[in-house]
Design a protein around this ligand. Structure first.
Ligand SMILES: Cc1cc2nc3c(=O)[nH]c(=O)nc-3n(C[C@H](O)[C@H](O)[C@H](O)COP(=O)(O)OP(=O)(O)OC[C@H]3O[C@@H](n4cnc5c(N)ncnc54)[C@H](O)[C@@H]3O)c2cc1C
Length: 439
């Protein structure tokens, strides 16, 4: 066995662009003159904005999606592709904080989000290599294994999840190391190609009649009688309804944006794609074929790419290294410990992006001063952005089934917080120290 980090760490063609952009590079659409008036103006062209726009256009509304840059330039083409049916909270933690009924309702809703995503991908025939393999939660300590064990029965009986515990002695069927303390298999989640999914949504939205204004930053949303005036550098647009779908990239663009910024914590996140690897090596590391997510508070994950040719891994969210090669090298070192064979596999890509946390770790959907929003995916925006973006559309269309368990949750902020998370490095260091405890 070669020594852990021997061999070249970086491929000769190493790039800092998301791996997904190899198959689905950002689409450059030339801006056209803005319409004077639309039924619905949507700010942001990620999964949330496009899911809303598609349903609204199909519901007969005249829709304009305004995007500060190129479509999907935010997290929606930069993620790791994991489709999770859990929330940032463990079920146990949620039940202790909010009571068992609400915990059950939130977790059921997270499961419904995956079913909705599955339905969209199938019915819209979006070729994004969605695989519902389930996922494996690897316990990073004996205590974490116990905690996973405590909640698995609740997940089964209350939420209807198919899930089972895997003792350390049997984990080799799921993960190619003895380093973890056992784990939990949850059936139903999966993974997909993040940018192909985004491209599919974009194509369907444009075909349904959604107009897209790229390179059009919204710089203000003002009430104007029964309507809104949406201010942009390229002129104003009047709209009967406005949807805010800007997530972690919500900027200083006027009072409504500022209100949301005070409630969102943008967290920098990273992912790595290896150079192409032999199928045997992938099977050796991920024998169960399911994404492996660790139970650390600041999670690590590793999974095959959806076409099975490489590995994707990630972690260290919230850190701010000097450059992406440094982060990539740290992630490589982290995963070479449990999987020494990775030491021989060069890193082809390392990219970053931002996802939005909230102070209560819950996603938030609602209406503020008449503006509809869904923000704060907390790292699970692939299913939640799609599902809750669609709910926003139903709400505007006055359709049934627009309610969700996430309605009417107060959207908390912190005193003196203005959207710059100065406290994040300290919190990340604290969690990293706690995660490293040998229990
Ligand atoms: C590295 C990384 C890994 C991740 N991994 C996963 C994962 O495995 N699974 C998962 O479910 N989620 C993951 N996420 C999170 C997930 O990608 C996001 O939650 C999701 O893409 C959010 O979609 P969205 O449409 O709400 O926001 P975004 O895709 O971020 O879109 C917001 C858009 O709004 C635009 N915008 C902002 N302000 C303005 C303005 N004033 N005017 C006009 N446009 C504006 C931005 O340019 C951007 O395009 C990850 C994120 C990152 C960064």
């Amino acid at each position: 066995m070669p020594p852990p980090s021997s061999g070249p760490i970086f491929a000769s063609d190493f790039s800092e662009e998301p791996y997904w952009w190899l198959d689905a590079p950002p689409r450059h659409i030339a801006p056209t003159p803005l319409p004077a008036r639309v039924d619905v103006a949507i700010v942001g062209s990620g999964y949330t904005g496009l899911s809303s726009g598609l349903a609204l256009a199909r519901g007969g509304r005249n829709v304009l999606v305004l995007e500060a840059g190129v479509p999907g330039q935010g997290a929606s083409t930069r993620n790791a592709g994991n489709v999770s049916r859990t929330l940032k909270w463990s079920f146990d933690g949620l039940a202790q904080r909010y009571g068992i009924e609400r915990a059950t309702a939130y977790y059921r809703e997270a499961a419904l989000a995956i079913e909705h995503l599955d339905h969209v991908i199938r019915s819209e025939q979006i070729d994004c290599l969605f695989k519902r393999t389930g996922r494996y939660y690897a316990a990073h300590s004996a205590r974490a294994y116990e905690a996973l064990g405590r909640e698995v029965e609740m997940l089964r009986t209350r939420v209807g999840y198919e899930a089972e515990m895997v003792p350390r002695s049997a984990q080799r069927a799921h993960v190619g190391t003895d380093d973890y303390f056992g784990g939990q298999v949850v059936h139903g989640p999966g993974y997909l190609h993040g940018a192909l999914y985004h491209r599919g949504l974009l194509d369907r939205a444009l075909a349904a009649g959604v107009a897209l204004a790229p390179h059009t930053r919204v710089t203000g949303i003002l009430r104007d009688g029964a309507e809104f005036r949406v201010r942009t550098a390229r002129g104003d647009v009047r709209a009967r309804n406005v949807v805010l779908a800007t997530n972690a990239l919500t900027g200083r663009d006027g009072p409504i944006f500022e209100y949301m910024r005070r409630r969102l914590v943008p967290v920098r996140a990273y992912a790595v794609a290896t150079a192409p690897v032999a199928p045997e090596l992938i099977r050796a590391i991920v024998p169960g074929g399911r994404p492996i997510i660790t139970s650390h508070k600041v999670v690590f994950h590793i999974q095959p790419t959806p076409d099975g040719t490489r590995l994707i891994y990630g972690g260290y969210a919230g850190r701010n290294d000097a450059n992406l090669r440094t982060t990539a090298a740290k992630l490589h070192a982290h995963f070479v410990r449990p999987f020494p064979a990775l030491g021989q596999v060069p890193i082809a890509r390392c990219w970053d992006g931002y996802f939005a946390f909230t102070f209560d770790y819950l996603p938030h959907i609602g209406e503020h001063e008449g503006v509809h929003y869904f923000l704060g995916c907390c790292g699970t925006g692939i299913p939640l952005g799609s599902y809750l973006g669609n709910k926003l559309a139903k709400r505007i269309l006055g359709q049934s089934e627009s309610e969700t368990a996430f309605d009417a949750i107060p959207f908390p902020t912190m005193p003196f917080y203005s959207g710059e998370p100065w406290f994040l490095p300290g919190i990340v260091r604290y969690y990293a120290a706690r995660d490293a405890l040998p229990v």
